[in-house]
Design a protein around this ligand. Sequence first.
Ligand code: ADP
Ligand code: MG
Length: 362
Amino acid sequence: MIKVENLSKKYGDLVVLKNISTEIKKGEVVSIIGPSGTGKSTFLRCLNLLDEPSSGSIFIDGENILDKKVDVSKIRQKMNMVFQSFNLFSHLSVLENLTLGPIKLKGISKEEAENKSMDLLRLVGLAEKADNYPDELSGGQKQRVAIARCLAMEPEIILFDEPTSALDPTMVSEVLSVIRRLAKEGMTMAIVTHEMAFARDVSNRVFYMDQGLIYEEGSPKQIFDAPKKDRTKAFINRIRNFVFQIKTQDFDFYALNGEIEGFCEKQLISKLMRANLLRVVEELLILYKPFLNKIELELEIAHSEKTNQLSLICQTKGKKFNPLDNKDLEDDIGLKIICKFTEVVEFKWADNQNRLELLFIN
Ligand code: ADP
Ligand code: MG
């Protein structure tokens, strides 16, 4: 139904969308997730022609909508959009908000438009509010009116841009229920959202967008339970990290400890885990120390807010070197401490780079 080929968007020198190609089929519900500033809104706005793509093509039912001959308002009727900030007309009643488009753009009679709009207001639970003005409604109600208004144009596709982000938490579910109902009825939808549980159960497919790309896509199960790529994993598991570069043997050990403590504080890591972490870092640095004037060590601490997993990643450049793999150190206390508190997830030597990843045992 929607086919996007090599879609790019630039604002001046800023490249916001980088050669996106994808398809959305009829009846599909696609959720778009990802960090803010990665181009999710821009992507929807380009589909809807609210922003002009810098290059690429967009086909709706085989018709190239970037063709200059295309009637933009027809496209927007076919593919209507619901915004985070509702965008209702405040000087019009709820009912008038719904009837305006059909009367003006579709040439439907006032009576017919009103009858149909009342049906739609019933569908979203707001028939009683038909004569009220938007200011008299709660945020959740306003958004349901905005959805009904979108439906009044009889779109074949609806694009939602964070429809619940501007709402009080108590009002999120009333809006999500309406969207769920549309999904059940087979409406084709693309939904940008931060509501992960919702995205998981409403969609057929999930796009994870990052830095202007659809970085990974898959079924909800695949993306939420078994993301394949690094940045998807970090996003899904809400991983925060802390990186420290050590360039000489005389590096500031107290500053490092202080920064680790600060990171643990922010991440609400338990006292016990924190003590283990500091101990392991200290012992590892003793093992690395003889080499520290020859190599640089990058120490990364990563914590998942979702699973509470804590890991430590040590990277050095140069020839193969694993500080834990040393026959002379078999009885070394430091090594024993490291092995007691952590397990080795990975040691890899590739492209002249050593990567040792340790996971703290809970
Ligand atoms: P998201 O919806 O994923 O948070 P956006 O699509 O809103 O991301 O924005 C992506 C990037 O494009 C951001 O860096 C933003 O600052 C930039 N951007 C968005 N709209 C404009 C604009 N009209 N002019 C210049 N830069 C813009
Ligand atoms: Mg956005």
